[in-house]
Design a binder for this molecule. Structure first.
Ligand SMILES: [Zn+2]
Ligand SMILES: [Zn+2]
Length: 223
């Protein structure tokens, strides 16, 4: 199915703004906040449909002059936003879903999520500062709030408190089948009984011991 022209245009704009954001990053020129420019040739070479850039010029997202290009205020905000969503998606796909191939999906995902979902993902991931390629994730409102208080919503058992009850959110360990066989699955309510010398958990009425490596792959939140 082909996207509607309006959607296609928006997606092109998003991709172009994202590319421009990356060029700014590479050039280390402070995201264009001081009106810095980057090479128009370089931007065009990173885009599949370079001629559509002229349309963006008219939309007042970018300014082009003398072979150089820069963000307008509105363009920079939108670039920041789309870059943030792309990199959060990468973190979600790489860390939580443990996918190796996710770039194309991250590109589609970034257009598809609402600000509420974006914030929920960021909070779920613990407001990560960088993407899997170690590029900075622009901060959101949720991240600023987080800087002042609370720990991540979801943490591994290794970072959780002894004596507390938790709900398992997901498991990232090769032992997933073995854990499932003793009732430890996403959604289980557990208590962390001790961490040393080994991890001891209570799942329902059963007490089990797991190695630290396994505990690190069990992610929980307060019930
Ligand atoms: Zn990345
Ligand atoms: Zn955040």
């Amino acid at each position: 199915m082909r996207a509607a022209p309006e959607t296609e245009k928006r997606q092109f704009e998003d991709e172009a703004l994202e590319s421009l954001w990356e060029l700014y990053e590479k050039s280390g020129s402070g995201m264009g906040t001081g009106g810095e420019t980057v090479s128009l040739e370089e931007l065009k070479s990173s885009l599949e449909n370079a001629p559509a850039l002229d349309g963006m010029h008219k939309e007042e997202l970018i300014e082009i002059s003398g072979g150089r290009v820069k963000f307008t205020g509105a363009g920079r905000l939108r670039a920041r936003d789309i870059t943030r969503r792309h990199r959060l998606a990468e973190r979600l796909f790489a860390d939580i879903l443990a996918l190796n191939e996710y770039e194309e999906d991250a590109c589609r995902f970034e257009h598809a999520i609402s600000p509420e979902v974006e914030e929920a993902i960021c909070t779920f991931l613990g407001h990560p500062p960088t993407c899997p390629h170690n590029r900075p994730i622009p901060r959101g409102k949720c991240c600023k709030l987080y800087a002042k208080k609370v720990t991540p919503l979801v943490a591994s058992l290794a970072d959780s408190q002894v004596g507390e009850d938790y709900k398992v959110v997901f498991l990232r360990t090769p032992m997933i089948d073995r854990l499932a066989s003793i009732g430890l699955v996403a959604g289980s309510l557990i208590r962390l009984v001790q961490k040393k010398p080994s991890y001891v958990l209570k799942v329902d009425e059963t007490t089990i011991a797991v190695e630290e490596e396994v505990a690190k792959g069990v992610f929980v939140k307060k019930p």
